[in-house]
Ligand binder design. Structure first.
Ligand SMILES: N[C@@H](CCC(=O)N[C@@H](CS)C(=O)NCC(=O)O)C(=O)O
Length: 224
């Protein structure tokens, strides 16, 4: 398999695709195309990036191409086993799938106002009431998942699952922007930030030397 991703410092959807590939346990080649550079502009027209209309992550599995993070999770769960990605318990799985879908299509204000930047800290960054409402909704979802289904481990549904894959970049955002979190969310965030794959992702981001003003100068607005 071949996974095409963007910058590790900024690309939250790439992080999800990459964590999903790691969770599959299958070997994969990682190809990083730095966002919004000349290389990006050239590469996104090429055959292997064209199917997603120039967005990452993109997974190539033989002749099959899968883009969009949630489709990559589904593909890899089909290919390996559902239990590797989703809680076994049906009620828990219903909630996990819903939380992932909500993350995938929602929380636009938080995403726009607090773009992922694993390398930086902006504790004084001001956000709108709408972005704050997104954060509160996320914390409510985390609280419910942890309280109802998280007894077997430190993650949302106990063991590391697709829900953690989808929310890991939110953990990173909460850290970058210095959100004041309740105790259970601090513990959950620590578990995510200490996870080996998240550590590896963030360490690689530190080594990148591309800088995008739109994610460093928070006067501008962009999501990633
Ligand atoms: N819904 C897609 C979103 C993918 C996406 O927007 N990726 C961003 C990087 S994090 C991207 O490729 N941006 C490039 C662009 O919009 O030109 C997914 O879940 O994978």
């Amino acid at each position: 398999m071949k996974l095409i991703i963007g910058n590790k410092a900024y690309s939250s959807w790439s992080m999800r695709g990459w964590l999903a590939a790691k969770q599959s346990g299958l070997p994969f080649e990682e190809i990083l195309v730095p966002l919004y550079t000349d290389e990006w502009d050239n590469r996104k027209r090429e055959e292997d990036m064209a199917p997603s209309h120039g967005k990452v992550p993109i997974l190539w599995d033989g002749e099959s191409v899968i883009w969009d993070s949630i489709a990559i999770v589904d593909w890899l769960a089909d290919k390996t086993s559902r239990d590797r990605f989703w809680p076994k318990d049906e009620v828990a799985r219903g909630m996990a799938r819903s939380m992932c879908a909500e993350m995938h299509c929602g929380f636009m204000d938080l995403r726009r106002e607090c773009p992922m930047n694993t390398r930086r800290s902006f504790p004084d960054h001001e956000i709108s009431d709408a972005a704050r409402a997104d954060a509160i909704r996320i914390l409510q979802l985390w609280a419910e998942a942890r309280a109802r289904f998280g007894k077997s481990g430190p993650y949302l549904f106990g063991t590391f699952s697709a829900a953690d894959i989808m929310y890991a970049p939110v953990v990173s955002r909460f850290k970058t922007y210095g959100f004041k979190l309740p105790g259970f969310a601090i513990s959950y965030s620590e578990a995510i930030l200490e996870h080996q794959w998240v550590q590896d992702w963030c360490a690689a981001a530190e080594e990148e030397d591309w800088t995008l003003e739109r994610y460093e100068d928070l006067g501008s607005s962009a999501t990633a």
